[in-house]
Ligand binder design. Structure first.
Ligand code: FES
Length: 440
């Protein structure tokens, strides 16, 4: 087996970033916000990616719509940020105004322009949802969101993503290229490097991976030790689980092992099955019934890498979407984390249960610890990973076609949308041979 070589200039070159800006971002489905950000008539959310801005708006009629954020007069942006209570979309520059469905309503001194309402609507974008996530596409043609995401939604249908609601969104400015950022959420080879606390409680080696055309998946198991470490006791597995994700079973992660001693493992059971039962019991106290889910569904993570810039982590009890957006230059990016929780069945069945606006925060530098142990370690790695790319001895990255297949797939698909032929990636034949559904 030989590595796939990825040209390093893809992370550094202004010209490559300009191609992404012109040829990719306006033409792909991309995660914009959560349904909870735009749940009520008059709610809006501005999705910014590079120099593109898309407004997601809930209309008076309850319909979700998206528009290019540009005034038809002289091109000003119309809205920034997000919020609620809009009755109209009014350009702050000279006051041209549209209904929430994008139809022109009002033009100050209209008689000196001669514009009619029908011809000067806002430019629409496509919008659709998957579970609690809202996606937009500036291109009005091409596959539907369902066609684009397939087969990912079917693959995790057991998790019922419609039952999840976004409770918080955190944004972190990162000193790396957006691809460097999302690639950190596209392989688990780095667990033994920067997340060593996970080695006693996660299998970072044997998790199966899949590639389906645009997207990829990893299935990672918890509640057991990595094959990289030996002679790990049940107590160590338990302590590792508490440290990394104890809140899933109702134990704060900062709890000392003395205050949360490992439970006994009954005859015929394993520490993994004991932890899975603990999670089922904890979930039942907050209104969730996971009795029909097997231990793998209860405990493990399905990580879906959606082209181009999103990693969706699906667990039985939580969903998190990590998104990378380009910053003001090739060495900066934004990491956005959408945290979603399953609402209890009794609330899901009650239409009167209102959605609440997620808590949106932009974390200042140095505040990454609020993201928890593992994510803060990921953030701490971004700048180091990017700085090395500038060294003149490095012309290409050497990436495993199997272990790091989801990184390879990002670049393979970048080449598809940017029209890079012939491929600049060496060794793709081994990647293609390893994943039979690669062209799906
Ligand atoms: Fe919007 Fe003039 S640019 S009203």
């Amino acid at each position: 087996m030989k590595p796939v070589h990825i040209p390093v200039e893809r992370y550094l070159s202004d010209e490559f970033a300009a191609r992404e800006q012109a040829q990719m971002w306006p033409k792909v489905w991309q995660l914009a916000c959560s349904v909870d950000h735009v749940a009520e008539p008059g709610d809006w959310y501005e999705h910014v990616v590079g120099n593109l801005s898309v407004l997601v708006v809930r209309g008076d009629d309850g319909e979700l719509r998206a528009f290019q954020n540009v005034c038809r007069h002289r091109g000003s942006s119309i809205c920034t940020g997000s919020g609620g209570g809009l009755a109209e979309l009014r350009c702050p520059y000279h006051g041209w105004t549209w209904d929430l469905d994008g139809r022109l309503r009002e033009v100050p001194s209209r008689r000196v322009f001669g514009v009619d309402n029908e011809s000067y609507g806002l430019f629409p974008a496509r919008v659709d949802t998957w579970g609690p996530l809202v996606f937009v596409d500036l291109a009005l043609d091409g596959p539907s969101l369902a066609e684009f995401l397939a087969p990912v939604p079917d693959d995790c249908a057991w998790a019922h993503l419609d039952e999840f609601r976004c409770t918080a969104q955190a944004t972190v400015k990162a000193r790396c290229n957006w691809k460097t950022l999302i690639e950190g959420f596209s392989e688990t080879y780095h667990v033994q490097g920067i997340h060593r606390e996970m080695l006693t409680m996660a299998d970072d080696v044997r998790g199966p991976q899949e590639i389906w055309g645009w997207h990829g998946k990893l299935q990672q198991s918890y509640g057991l030790a990595s094959p990289r470490v030996r002679d790990v006791s049940d107590a160590q597995v338990w302590a590792g689980f508490i440290e990394v994700m104890g809140t899933r079973i109702g134990i704060p992660t900062e709890t000392s092992p003395a205050d949360a001693p490992a439970p006994a493992v009954p005859q015929g059971a394993t520490m993994r099955s004991v932890i899975a039962d603990r999670l089922r019991n904890h979930a039942s106290t907050v209104g969730h019934d996971y009795s029909a889910l097997d231990d793998g569904q209860v405990l493990d993570m399905s990580q879906y890498n959606l082209f181009p810039n999103v990693s969706v982590l699906v667990f039985s009890d939580m969903v998190a979407a990590v998104r990378a957006r380009p910053g003001s230059n090739t060495g900066t990016a934004y990491m956005d984390i959408f945290n979603c929780e399953r609402i209890p069945q009794r609330d899901a069945a009650n239409p009167a249960t209102a959605r609440t606006r997620p808590l949106d925060v932009e974390l200042p530098p140095g505040a990454e610890s609020y993201l928890g142990l593992v994510l803060s370690q990921d953030v701490g790695n971004f700048e180091r990973a990017q700085r090395g790319l500038h060294q003149p001895g490095l012309e290409y990255l050497s990436v495993s076609p199997t272990e790091e297949c989801r990184v390879v797939n990002l670049h393979r698909n970048l080449e598809r949308v940017l029209g890079i032929t012939p491929s600049e990636l060496t060794g793709l034949d081994q990647f293609v041979a390893a994943f039979p559904n690669v062209s799906g």
